[in-house]
Design a protein around this ligand. Structure first.
Ligand code: NZQ
Ligand code: ZN
Length: 385
């Protein structure tokens, strides 16, 4: 196990009715900006509950944050927050609204060009405090200090992180997720599953406790993912799904272990260039990447095969574990091959060119070079059999 520091100050308010506790959490603040997406919170009643909880405060609203939140949109929110001297932001939505809010709160006190925060890794020292009401379990953004921001004009999508953008609190009420469309729930299961794999499926590192945590989350997602898809209003299933997603990316399972993240980096480009949902990109890239990197990941793949999929005897192979993984994604209704989205060889060329231009070396061994990225994308172009 490597040396590590672990810090996570996010207060979680979990369960039905917890939105009512928000007033106690925002006592010191005066002017609150509610940030939200494109209207789901108005249709499912969450908006009303949140507005009630802010009674007595000066409230300003910014709606319209889109999936894969855009710099262009967020700049408008930053202007609004500055003009009104907002001292607290409440993000109400999924990963996109929460990530967008992280960019807003970091940018308001920032003196330079906010895009530098994501494109040049400029350090964020200060941010306006913020809280979240999570409506889509998937990203873990509600309990981590990372965000991913897109820029429409240049088709770029970059991540940034800073301890300054940990939420002060996050409300996790499973009942607010009942209104999610099925495909968003499926995307969420895939995203959380992929987050665990990125931090687990690398090479052995004497990380017994982290491995068991990771395997526990994976098995829980395999168990409840399909069930919560079919029974959207079963609160126990939703609660388990919701907490699994949060635990998958709040820093706990990455303590002291090597991490991969290449699937996410390639996936972000598929979203930036071709507009695929984040979870969808992961379902496509993960099986292809594991197949390409099977030799390097052999030991952990065999552990995963045995402990997560209970494969044994002749079936205890990396190939079978990868097959089970892809089958699982497909069982949720998520397509796993590029041609199923009408994407062909010519569409991936700009993506490969971008990796060549950046010269990135990805993965836990930094051996996913641009030529390997191309091989992975070619595998994803093969039809599913
Ligand atoms: O815009 P609204 O109306 O809110 O609708 C959203 C959106 O259309 C809808 N939705 C959310 N909650 C709902 C609901 N519809 C009905 N009922 C509800 N309760 O769902 C759609 C998708 O929402 P979005 O927030 O985009 O999805 P998700 O949570 O999957 O977030 C994806 C973004 O997070 C980034 C991704 O790259 C992507 O930009 N990620 C952030 C991470 C982080 N901060 O740690 C890590 C992840 O790996 C990921 O990269
Ligand atoms: Zn993700």
């Amino acid at each position: 196990m490597k040396n590590f520091e672990f810090y996570n100050p996010v207060k979680i308010l979990f369960g039905e009715g917890q939105i009512d506790k928000i007033p106690q959490e925002i006592l010191p603040y005066h002017t609150i900006l509610i940030a939200y997406g494109r209207g789901s919170i108005k249709r499912n009643g969450v908006y009303e509950k949140v507005v009630n909880a802010l009674n007595g405060k000066k409230v300003i609203e910014f709606g319209g944050i889109e999936p894969n939140p855009r710099y262009e949109t967020l700049m408008k929110a930053i202007k609004l927050a500055r003009e009104n001297n907002v001292d607290f932001v409440l993000a109400v939505g999924g990963g996109s609204v929460i990530d967008g809010t992280k960019f807003i709160v970091a940018s308001v006190p920032f003196e330079g060009e906010p895009w530098d925060i994501v494109s040049k890794d400029v350090k964020v020292e200060n941010a306006i405090p913020f809280g979240t009401v999570l409506t889509l379990p998937a990203t873990g953004s509600e309990m981590n200090a990372g965000a991913v921001i897109s820029r429409d004009a240049t088709k770029e999508k970059y991540a940034f992180s800073s301890p300054a953008v940990f939420p002060k609190f996050s409300v996790l009420d499973p009942t607010v997720t009942y209104s999610l469309p099925k495909h968003q729930v499926a995307n969420g299961v895939v995203d959380a599953f992929a987050h665990v794999l990125e931090q687990y499926l690398t090479y052995p590192s004497n990380s017994t406790i982290q491995d068991r945590f990771a395997e526990g989350i994976l098995q829980t997602l395999i168990e409840v993912g399909p069930k919560t898809l079919e029974n959207p209003t079963d609160n126990n299933l939703r609660a388990t799904f919701m907490w699994s997603c949060t635990m998958a990316l709040n820093g706990l399972i990455s303590t002291g272990v090597p991490t991969d993240w290449a699937t996410h980096m390639i996936g972000h480009e598929l979203t930036a260039f071709l507009g695929l949902d984040h979870g969808v990109t992961l379902a496509i890239i993960y099986p292809a990447l594991l197949t390409e990197m099977a030799e390097f990941k052999k030991e952990k793949l065999l552990q995963y095969a045995s402990r997560v999929w209970y494969l044994s005897g002749n079936n205890l192979t990396p190939e079978r574990a990868i097959e089970e993984t892809e089958k699982f994604f497909r069982s949720l209704g998520v397509k796993t091959r590029l041609p199923e989205h009408g994407i062909s060889h010519t569409d991936i060329k700009p993506i490969v060119d971008r990796f060549v231009a950046r010269g990135w070396k990805l993965g836990e061994n930094q051996n996913i070079t641009p030529d390997v990225v191309e091989k992975i994308l070619r595998r994803a172009l093969e039809p599913y059999r």
